[in-house]
Design a protein around this ligand. Structure first.
Ligand code: NAD
Ligand code: UDP
Length: 375
């Protein structure tokens, strides 16, 4: 019996199953938080998966426990290749070793806003040069489809309104800029290929792309066999709250109580990672069925919660107070960042379904199991 998290609407996949072989998806960064959940969703919808990861921020996925869980499918349908997106030869090795790669989901990269202020060139070389390396290899091996992990941070906040894809782009950190510039490079490649195809240039290489701008991914798969467990020190709210709940940290530092929001603390659109994973499956289904595609889509819930509201929800779940103190605003932060995801709903027929309480519960459930069993 599949758990609810694995029952994913697969309308287009239903059609694809008529093909002799299901498409193979190369998932860069597939051992990481969002990548590993997306791999489970892809596998359960019948896609074959190749994970490419340097494991700088993750353990090898799947672990033994996950592999046996996935044996409800066929374990041969997942391959794991250790490599670095900054090394073109590593990427080329994946394409040479694989019969056919139908699409790439490009998650691999660095994601800490505070760290990107301290070491910007590391962020530019991994996130931007790494993306160029992937695109070059895709062109060389005639792989035409890419989904790129972008971020709501490129908007620079929404002044209390829901943010739509056509709103002002205004990154407030080096990390945000690396995401926006990577988007721009992918768009330029798409346009160049389209123009040379129109002029009947036989050397043209098509690039179809969906840019997914995530809001704040949190939570874990319901059975807690995977979740967010970064190897590098995490700076996001949920893993930081977990450290306080587990006694690793004595209190949560809240960055700013003077923002123009409901209670003065920052407001974000938290989205359950399984909703996000399902969004990727919907995007792959759409991309593989739509020639000449370039779309930018927000993936969020459309509802914002403040830091204090998140703390309060966790307190109800764990049954005790989460100590916290207020501090100065953090560099690169914005007051509020909430998605208008109506375009994703219209195009992908996808909608986030899980509530904040489920996100908090599933995060806590994973962390209790993770710490308990030392997975
Ligand atoms: P993560 O760190 O858990 O996953 C990223 C994976 O990429 C890790 O497994 C890491 O080992 C791998 N990686 C890093 N550098 C690499 C390299 N040079 N070569 C190969 N692999 C490398 O992060 P995540 O939360 O799963 O985020 C995935 C993507 O989504 C990232 O691109 C991130 O910028 C983007 N994103 C994340 C969030 C978020 O809050 N988690 C929000 C918006 C966008
Ligand atoms: N935040 C906080 N303390 C922390 C981590 C985060 O007060 O230790 C706040 C942060 O200022 C923001 C919200 O929590 O208002 C979400 O931060 P996160 O880093 O998770 O996401 P992002 O800022 O990238 O949207």
């Amino acid at each position: 019996m599949l758990e609810r998290d694995l029952v994913i609407p697969c309308t287009v996949v239903g059609l694809l199953q008529l093909r002799e072989q299901m498409p193979t998806i190369l998932v860069t960064g597939g051992s990481g938080f969002i990548g590993s959940h997306t791999c489970i969703s892809l596998l359960s919808c019948g896609y074959d998966v190749i994970i490419f990861d340097n494991h700088s921020n993750s353990k090898v996925f799947p672990s033994l426990e996950v592999a046996s869980f996935l044996s409800i499918n066929n374990p041969d349908r997942i391959k794991i290749i250790h490599g670095d997106i900054c090394k073109p030869d590593d990427i080329e090795h994946v394409f040479l070793a694989s019969e056919k790669i139908d699409a790439v989901i490009h998650f691999a990269g660095l994601k800490s806003i505070p760290e990107s202020f301290k070491n910007p060139s590391k962020y530019w070389s991994t996130n931007v040069a790494g993306t160029i390396n992937i695109l070059n290899c895709m062109a060389k091996y005639s792989c035409e489809n890419i989904i790129f992990s972008s971020s709501a941070t490129i908007y620079g906040g929404g002044q209390g309104k829901q943010i739509s894809e056509s709103d002002l782009i205004n990154p407030t950190s080096p990390y945000g800029w690396t995401k926006f510039i990577s988007e721009k490079i992918i768009h330029d490649q798409h346009k160049a290929a389209k123009e040379s195809a129109n002029s009947c240039d036989e050397t043209s290489k098509t690039i179809n792309a969906i840019i997914l701008r995530y809001f704040n991914p949190v939570g874990a798969i319901k059975n807690g066999i995977i979740g967010e467990s970064p190897l590098l020190s995490a700076t996001n709210l949920f893993p930081t709250i977990m450290k306080v709940i587990n006694g690793e940290d004595s209190q949560l530092n809240i960055f700013g109580n003077d923002w123009p929001t409901i209670d003065g603390t920052g407001v974000r659109d938290y989205i359950h990672v399984m909703d996000l994973a399902e969004g990727h499956v919907a995007a792959i289904n759409y991309l593989l069925a739509t020639p000449n595609c370039f779309i930018e889509l927000n993936l969020g819930t459309g509802v914002g919660y403040s830091v204090l509201q998140v703390i309060n929800t966790f307190e109800q779940i764990v049954g005790h107070v989460i100590p916290h103190t207020f501090h100065a605003r953090r560099d690169g932060d914005v007051a509020s960042c909430v998605a208008d995801s109506s375009l994703a709903r219209k195009i992908l027929k996808w909608k986030a379904k899980r509530e904040l309480s489920e996100m908090c519960f599933d995060s806590w459930n994973y962390w209790s199991k993770y710490l308990g069993s030392n997975l």
